[in-house]
Design a protein around this ligand. Structure first.
Ligand code: AMP
Ligand code: ZN
Length: 136
């Protein structure tokens, strides 16, 4: 299902043109217009889900299958040495377009990009408490 006024719904369904790398009946993979590196791509489901919370479990598996196919092809064709798969959910987490998408970011030596966080200190007691909070 599509959502009115969602730009990624329009791109995924071909209403707005894009540089498409792959398409099937459920997904479109496009080049990002503000790429982190050469070949930065986005996997878009054709149905509208705002984020991973809304994405059906079955589609989540399919996203990863598409990612796997794409990174193999892109690694071969672009000659990148690594890949970051990034997927933001919620504005706090850096999401700016609220139609689920997964970033495929090819990495090259000295590409000048960092996808990083600052590791915090945590005690074993805190880890145990967090574990219990999640699975307890
Ligand atoms: P996020 O911050 O995870 O929501 O990522 C949104 C991404 O969409 C950014 O990397 C943008 O550069 C990209 N983007 C936004 N609009 C378009 C568009 N019309 N075509 C291609 N990529 C887009
Ligand atoms: Zn949408």
């Amino acid at each position: 299902m599509r959502k009115d006024n969602c730009i990624f719904c329009k791109i995924a369904n071909g209403e707005i043109p894009s540089k498409t790398l792959y398409e099937d009946d459920r997904f479109r993979v496009i080049l990002d217009l503000g790429p982190a590196t050469k070949g930065h791509a986005l996997i878009l489901p054709k149905d509208h889900y705002a984020d991973i919370f809304e994405l059906p479990e079955e589609s989540a598996g399919d996203v990863m299958r598409v990612a796997k196919k794409m990174v193999l092809k892109m690694k071969e064709k672009l000659g990148c040495e690594g890949f970051n798969l990034v997927q933001n959910n919620g504005d706090l987490a850096g999401q700016t377009v609220f139609h689920f998408h997964m970033h495929l970011i090819p990495r090259y030596r000295a590409d000048g990009q960092t996808i990083a966080w600052k590791p915090q200190e945590v005690s074993d007691e805190e880890l145990e408490e967090i574990k219990n909070q999640i699975v307890g």
